[in-house]
Design a protein around this ligand. Structure first.
Ligand code: FEO
Length: 398
């Protein structure tokens, strides 16, 4: 489906509602959009492509806008295959199409499509005159790969931003921010940010400084909605998220083989509420919800991890989550741990180490219930809830 975004600029991307997971890791029950845009000026410019399997639909969209006319330029903002998969097919159909990227783009492209060795490098061309529109290029490395860059039409304030400012969720024929309830949509935006881009938050902050010098009126990202009504809203959200400023609240994650860790999670939720904590999110690590858990860990400043010991170590599905979490590098969290065991310990020590590896503030006491939760365990959990509540309340506004 195509949409006119503004004069001479059209959305020609596609929705993907069948992949199930993004990057084979992150659940996308509402799908995802691979956005691509066409600028129809004296020169016809295409910004990014789509996943390889979506090429036929993509081509139909392109032809709906430009008919049999040729594409003069393909600007590549990012080479991850969700955006670059169709480049080879496209180049076969439009052999005169010139590819525009940067030196890193050229380097990576030489591995993906070795036959495409004619990249016009932005370091050499500076800007691209398309007729009424002139494109400027801004390198924004690590949002979310080293070659990522953005294009900007300064006379009109139009920014093509690649992965930045994108969201999970198919567009479903609603390509503009003004067609969404931003309060609800924020969850899909933050989930995308925390799962995909957040690890590189320091580079996001750097890019935001560069973008702060531009008069941005409209943002066309590679996923999610076009920001035509509220571009400053999403820029401000990126400022907050990349600064690791979180809300007061606790994410409780449990992995429980026979129920003790789950009981501990429930007791901690009740105890934290008694301590005045209103925002509490509870997740079972066994349900494949890592995408949502990591989003909420980014969103809130407190964390409580509890799981069984398995083979003398942290329960494997919790371990998987912690491995992903360590890679995503959220900051400024307080975390408490409760590791249950029967004949051999291991979970408590493993959870404690994971918290330390993530550089979170460990809340005392570390609790290690054996077989069943004892009276002493319940007393310790009350103490832990008090410590977590005090620490996250102090962190509020950091
Ligand atoms: Fe949408 Fe980093 O790819």
């Amino acid at each position: 489906m195509t949409h006119k975004i503004c004069d001479n600029i059209y959305s020609v991307g596609v929705d993907d509602r069948t992949s199930g997971n993004f990057e084979a890791l992150w659940r996308i029950p509402d799908g995802i959009s691979y956005n691509s845009y066409l600028l129809e000026d004296e020169k016809i410019v295409l910004f990014d492509t789509v996943k390889e399997s979506k090429f036929a639909e993509f081509l139909t969209n392109i032809r709906q806008v430009i008919g049999e006319k040729a594409i003069d330029y393909l600007v590549i903002h990012h080479l991850e295959p969700d955006h670059s998969g169709a480049i080879g097919f496209l180049k076969e159909l439009y052999p005169e199409m010139k590819i525009v990227g940067n030196s890193k783009t050229a380097e990576f492209l030489s591995y993906i499509f070795p036959e495409l060795d004619d990249v016009q490098r932005v370091e050499d061309i500076g800007t691209l005159e398309c007729g009424q529109n002139k494109l400027e290029f801004h390198k924004t490395p690590m949002i979310h790969w080293p070659e990522t860059m953005m294009s900007f039409i300064s006379d009109r304030g139009v920014l093509f931003s690649g992965d930045a400012f994108g969201a999970f969720g198919a567009s479903n024929g609603l390509p503009f921010d003004g067609q969404r309830c931003l309060e609800d949509y924020e969850d899909d935006l933050l989930r995308y940010y925390s799962n995909i881009v957040g690890k590189y938050s320091s580079m996001v902050s750097k890019a935001l400084k560069t973008l702060g010098e531009l008069d941005i009126k409209l943002i066309c990202p590679a996923h999610g909605v076009v920001w035509s009504d509220n571009p400053s809203w999403i820029i401000e959200k990126y400022r907050l998220w990349s600064s690791h400023i979180a809300q007061e609240g606790v994410v409780i994650v449990y992995g429980s083989m026979y129920g003790s860790a789950e009981k501990a999670a429930e007791f901690m939720a009740a105890s934290l509420r008694e301590q005045g904590i209103e925002q509490i999110k509870m997740y079972n690590a066994c349900e494949g919800n890592n995408t949502y858990i990591i989003r909420d860990i980014w969103k809130y400043n407190g964390l409580l991890l509890t799981c069984s010991t398995y083979d003398t170590r942290v329960f494997p599905l919790m371990d998987n989550l912690l491995s992903l979490l360590k890679g995503k590098k959220p900051k400024n969290k307080t975390a408490g741990v409760i590791g249950t065991y029967g004949w051999s310990g291991g979970a408590a020590e493993g959870l404690k180490k994971a918290v330390e590896d993530c550089k979170f503030q460990l809340a005392e006491p570390v609790i290690e219930p054996r077989f069943r939760l004892s009276g002493q365990d319940y007393a310790n959990m009350r103490k832990l809830a008090k410590t977590v509540a005090e620490q996250i309340t102090q962190k509020k506004g950091d």
